[in-house]
Design a protein around this ligand. Structure first.
Ligand code: PFF
Length: 443
């Protein structure tokens, strides 16, 4: 490893990078945001468009971000400055830093709810035979306890800050090498239980029976935002992680693996939530929004062997999945102040986390504010960020140097297709969706 890399820190292996990138991607976006967004957007048609976006927009965008990061070895603002000096492109990095900060401010509120639910699971609050209505009351009680909600949010931010400050990401990632497979097994267990409940078929129908007439512009915009959110794209998190990857690591396979597992886990979450929701007579609540997952899950834990342990393990692991995502969000902002403003990591971590805590209070005390932040930053800011990043790689930096960076001397099979997607398909698709939203076209 070169001296510069040693000082800055970096992944010591390709596996370390895959774990970190997968850790960033897999989180509340898959388990919490995907099901409720799919629910609000009519189910199957939304999911179909989401999958198309993952393959044709997100995968190319993921390659693009990783290439920018690895080519420059810098976090977003510095990376754009290095590749396009004396230009306005650095503001794309700036937008990413701000977006990361704003996403962290509502994401940690939801992560706080996970802590709250871990507490409920430990206290044995999920009684056997609990129905959707009772469960829903429990959720409302939690989010309307303002002090508790703020405290849990602060607690989760503190946890994130301690990891980012101490640079113990490596340890967390190594731990998640064991923990995430366990989480995966729990998810599969829950999904099997859910789809075998009596009356589950209505949920499967909701998930898989595509009704193209439901495909409106808002649905497509929702799928676009969800796809970028889930893969941590559009704000430079993957630029930052790309900057820590050694030159010898093969990027394409790693990127495909990350996208594949991220999507698989989102689909599993769908297979858990909707069959159970319909089976438990809560079908009318598919559009239940932010509380959907928190409401549905407690009704099925007791239908499983060792329900108590299952529930506790589930919330612990979901909390860890959320933590590896909040780490990446905070890392983008912290590394900006370290790399560009010359702050120490310590100072940067505490100042940013505290500011983020302040910004999280409106979301922690008012779920409509959380929804608004989620829409502005989680949906639109990421989509616009991804648009600008694809324009940058496709038209400013250039597909040749970017491709050379991705390939690292080993030509990849779909290089030309990638170049076409990043130059034309990504920018056009995003522009069309955003313009349609702005014009208020709804069908
Ligand atoms: N991808 C994360 C999730 O699905 O939970 C959320 C996220 C992390 C979004 C990092 C954006 C980001 F830069």
């Amino acid at each position: 490893m070169a001296l510069k890399e040693q000082q800055r820190g970096g992944f010591t292996s390709r596996m370390g990078f895959i774990l970190a990138a997968a850790g960033s991607a897999i989180g509340l976006g898959n388990i919490w945001r995907f099901p409720y967004t799919a629910g609000e957007n009519g189910g199957a048609a939304f999911i179909l468009v989401y999958l198309i976006f993952v393959v044709f927009l997100c995968l190319p965008a993921l390659f693009a971000e990783l290439a920018i990061g690895r080519a420059t070895g810098k976090s977003p603002v510095g990376a754009f400055k290095a590749l396009a000096p004396e230009s306005l492109w650095k503001f794309v990095g700036g937008l990413g830093v701000f977006t990361g900060f704003a996403i962290l401010a509502f994401y940690s509120v939801v992560a706080g709810w996970v802590l709250g639910y871990l507490g409920k699971a430990l206290a044995g609050h999920f009684s056997a035979g609990m129905d959707i209505a009772t469960s829903s009351e429990q959720f409302t009680a939690l989010i309307t306890s303002k002090g508790l909600s703020i405290g849990l949010t602060g607690g989760f931010l503190l946890l994130t800050a301690l990891v980012v400050r101490g640079g113990i990401q490596g340890g967390i990632e190594r731990a998640s090498k064991i923990l995430m497979p366990i989480f995966f097994v729990l998810l599969v267990g829950l999904a099997i239980r859910s789809v075998t409940l009596e009356g589950a078929s209505a949920g499967l129908y909701f998930l898989f029976a595509v009704d193209l007439s439901k495909l409106t512009i808002p649905v497509v915009a929702g799928a676009l935002g969800q796809a970028f959110f889930s893969l941590s794209l559009g704000m430079g998190a993957m630029i930052t992680y790309g900057s820590y990857v050694g030159k010898e690591a093969r990027l394409p396979g790693a990127a495909v693996a990350v996208a594949f597992f991220d999507t698989l886990i989102a689909m599993l979450a769908g297979l858990i939530i909707f069959p159970a929701l319909f089976a438990k007579g809560g079908g009318a609540q598919v559009t239940g929004g932010e509380g959907l997952v928190f409401t549905v899950l407690p009704t099925i834990f007791h239908e499983l062997p060792a329900g108590f342990l299952f529930a506790v393990a589930f919330y612990v692991l979901l909390g860890i999945a959320a933590l590896t995502s909040t780490i990446s969000l905070l890392e983008v902002v912290v590394s900006y102040f370290v790399d560009e403003q010359g702050w120490t990591r310590e100072r940067s971590t505490w100042v940013v986390s505290f500011a983020c805590f302040l910004l999280s209070i409106p979301s922690a005390t008012n779920v409509s504010f959380l929804a608004l932040q989620n829409t502005i930053f989680g949906k639109y800011a990421l989509s616009i960020g991804a648009l600008l990043i694809s324009l940058f790689v496709g038209w400013k930096w250039g597909v040749r140097p970017a491709l050379a960076e991705i390939e690292g001397g080993r030509p990849m099979p779909f290089g030309r297709l990638w170049a076409f997607l990043i130059r034309y398909v990504c920018p056009l698709a995003i522009v069309v969706v955003i313009v349609a939203v702005i014009l208020g076209i709804s069908t």
